[in-house]
Design a protein around this ligand. Structure first.
Ligand code: KIV
Length: 271
């Protein structure tokens, strides 16, 4: 597949991308290691999100609350070692930006030093002081609103958010507060499509949707979901491959070849 990008993707370039101004939608995909980063970068994404979804997708946890700054730095560094042209977004894990602003900046700096070019955090207006402090420390920030997975216990499960007008209005105000504090883009997750459209309309920075409808300025999916490597997926996921089935079949063929004695063949041994 041809790589259509001419230069490494930067924060200012992402910030300037609004579909209503005639730009192409942004593409973001997660990756958690160097091979994953190489695959998504070669696929031509604009941004690689080293998401805290590594907790459920790779590490086998039920939710994202178990990963630490050290865990995230480990995965950010692996992605950065692939030297992608795409912008590397490091996800701040739960409790790394909830206590105070100094803590937030120090934790974000760990991800930047590991190789991220910016960080992402979840929540609306309540996060504005943290966003301001990060931006003051020259750390670009991506917001994340709606069905924020780190709020799973507060929400009582992974439930679509902002279903009524009052909640939708609060969500938009939260997004505006984040933009006022300096975020360069906002992920909008798990909201009705008209809410995704209204947030996108209200903001002059790009929105990147995941289960937020087609009106957003970009879309993000978890790599393992789109490759068909995860067993359960949400309604908004489109699978572009069935790699779990392909991988299982490949391993089964190897096992059969070993047991039948057909592996290794003469060509596969040193003489
Ligand atoms: O961690 C993650 O993968 C995310 C996406 C779902 C946006 O935050």
């Amino acid at each position: 597949m041809p790589d259509t990008r001419s230069a490494p993707v930067t924060v200012p370039r992402v910030r300037a991308t609004k579909v209503r101004e005639g730009h192409e939608p942004l593409v973001m995909v997660t990756a958690y290691d160097a091979p994953g980063a190489r695959i998504v970068d070669a696929g031509g994404v604009d941004m690689i999100l080293v998401g805290d979804s590594v907790a459920n997708v790779v590490l086998g946890y039920e939710d994202t609350l178990q990963v630490t700054v050290a865990d995230m730095a480990h995965h950010v560094a692996a992605v950065a070692r692939a030297e992608p042209a795409a912008l590397v977004v490091g996800d701040l894990p739960w409790m790394s930006y909830h206590v105070d602003v100094a803590d937030t900046v120090r934790n974000a700096a760990v991800l930047i030093r590991a190789g991220a070019q910016c960080v992402k955090l979840e929540g609306g207006a309540i996060r504005a002081p943290m966003v301001r402090a990060l931006v003051d420390a020259e750390i670009p920030v991506m917001g994340h609103i709606g069905l924020t997975p780190q709020s799973v216990n507060a929400f009582g499960g992974f439930k679509v958010q902002a279903r009524d007008d009052e909640a939708a209005q609060l969500l938009i105000e939260g997004a505006e507060a984040l933009v006022g504090a300096g975020v360069f883009a906002v992920v909008v997750e798990g909201v009705p499509e008209k809410v995704g459209a209204a947030v996108t309309d209200a903001l002059d920075v790009p929105t990147i949707g995941i289960g937020a409808g087609p009106a957003c300025d970009g879309q993000v999916l978890v790599l393992h979901d789109l490759l068909g490597l995860t067993a359960r997926t949400a309604k908004f996921v489109r699978r572009y491959a069935n790699l779990a089935d392909d991988a299982t079949a490949a391993v089964a063929r190897f096992a059969a070849d070993v047991r039948s004695g057909s592996f290794p063949s003469d060509a596969e041994v040193y003489h």
